[in-house]
Ligand binder design. Structure first.
Ligand code: 5AD
Length: 452
């Protein structure tokens, strides 16, 4: 059978979509190629959130369409996902060697389209249509390490799309309107994963705090999302639950309280703030204030003082003044994030912010980016350092990416720990003593449980 190389750009949702596409291809008999070199089909699953993400995928495809294609004219080339959705046929106009363009509601059709193209039944295929029910089509799992018959962690897609329309963000245009899967459907998928050895599930969506809000009624003061977490929590054999990404606007007290009530919901929260300035938050159409964000953080820490808190921040939004930026710096100091993704504002097509006056010059954005990143890193390192000497629970995920002779796990607060262990530890929840902290990694020693 032909082999397929699938390269993924962007977020965890894209990773998850690629995994489902790969699983569907494997089910049809295709092999997965470790690199493009020997592949018969090369698919790029793309990201549109910033211009450089799009540029990377376009550059890659330009290379593939050049030398590579000349040497191997039969190779099939395709774009999938967000950029495919927002640019559609225009991508083939720009790169005529591309055979396939499949948008975000049609991932489940990719394997059939590849069949059709390879068999010569069709020439070029562009499918960026909307499809009712497409939110429930990202189901198949490959499970990394499936060769060993198990993987400790898995992502589960619970919804698609976003109706928030932040003025900088292209996602509502690439992923469409919010659509949620049902609780029983999601729970069935999670159960099956647990039966296959999965210990930790991350519930995924572009705005998970909006999960099911139109379809599923509040019950006992609990939102649809908290009801979903409870249902997943009840699965025997599942050890840990995470989710990403929530939005501060929909972050109710019921969700904060869930962290206190549900022990499998680990002490980790990724909560994008974007800016520390109320003026900029308003221009961004975020729907909350700095004070409201700080209030959520305080409540989370009241439930769990050890909560690992990370965020996303954009610097250089149109009209951002020195005073606005100073507010972002002060917010970062005040919250002391465990880590943060800091992004330079990138104008996106069709978004209101791209047409706002006072777009900032690149060098100013660059300066602010470097300044904020330095602060974020300084705080993150100090937080890491504070872990030295402590005993922390980890879930062992597999061999370390940097040094496969060692094992790698994650703490409940989502920090990576490397330690010397053996194959039998993979998939285990265990305690390790942190012996050393590097900026991005903790080094641990297995600790003996419950000695005292
Ligand atoms: N420019 C820069 N960063 C952006 N993000 C989303 N849109 C843009 C943009 N136009 C960032 C936000 C979001 C993360 C996934 O990407 O911080 O939370």
């Amino acid at each position: 059978m032909p082999s397929v190389f699938l390269k993924t750009y962007g977020c965890q949702m894209n990773e998850r979509d690629s995994e489902a596409v790969a699983a569907q291809l494997v089910a049809k008999g295709y092999a997965l190629a470790p690199s493009e070199a020997a592949a018969d089909v090369v698919l790029l699953n793309t990201c549109s959130v910033r211009d450089n993400a799009e540029q990377k995928a376009v550059d890659k495809m330009t290379n593939l369409a050049g030398q590579f294609r000349k040497q191997r004219p039969g190779v099939l080339l395709g774009f999938l996902g967000c950029m495919a959705q927002s640019r559609g046929r225009e991508l083939i106009d720009q790169l005529p060697d591309v055979d396939l363009v499949v948008g975000t509601q049609k991932f489940h059709r990719v394997a059939d389209y590849v069949d059709d193209l390879l068999a010569g039944r069709r020439d070029k295929i562009v499918d960026t249509e909307e499809e009712r029910g497409s939110e429930a089509t990202i189901k198949e799992h490959l499970l990394n390490g499936a060769s060993k018959g198990r993987a400790a962690t898995a992502f589960v897609s619970i919804m698609q799309g976003c109706n928030q329309y932040c003025t900088f963000c292209i996602v509502p245009y690439t992923r469409g309107q919010e659509r949620s899967r049902t609780i029983p459907d999601i729970v069935a998928e999670c159960r099956e994963l647990v039966a296959r050895g999965v210990k930790e599930i991350t519930l995924l969506g572009q705005i998970v705090t909006s999960y099911g809000r139109r379809e599923i009624l509040e019950h006992d003061g609990k939102s649809a999302f908290v009801q979903l977490i409870e249902a997943v929590h009840a699965i025997d054999g599942l050890e840990r639950i995470r989710f990403t990404s929530p939005h501060p606007k929909g972050y109710g007290d019921d969700l904060v309280e869930a962290y206190g009530r549900l022990p499998k919901l680990v002490e980790s929260a990724h909560l994008p703030v974007q800016s520390g300035s109320d003026r900029v938050l308003k221009l961004m159409h975020r729907g909350y204030t700095r004070a409201r964000f700080l209030d959520i953080i305080a409540k989370l820490r009241a439930v769990h003082p050890e909560m690992g808190i990370t965020t996303d921040i954009i610097v250089g939004f149109p009209g951002e003044t020195e005073a606005d930026f100073a507010e972002t710096l002060s917010l970062a100091r005040e919250v002391e994030f465990d880590n943060a993704f800091v992004f330079k504002y990138s104008p996106r097509r069709d978004t209101p912010a791209a047409a706002m006056p006072d777009q900032l010059p690149e060098d100013l954005i660059e300066t602010r980016h470097a300044q904020l990143l330095a602060l974020i890193n300084e705080i993150a390192e100090a937080k890491h350092k504070a872990c030295e000497g402590r005993v922390l629970q980890i879930l062992v995920e597999g061999p370390s990416r940097k040094n496969p002779a060692r094992l790698e796990g994650r703490t409940r607060a989502n920090k990576i720990v490397i330690f010397e262990g053996s194959e039998r530890h993979i998939g285990q929840v265990m305690d390790v003593r942190i012996v050393r902290a590097a900026p991005f990694t903790l080094y641990g020693d297995p600790a003996i449980l419950n000695l005292n």
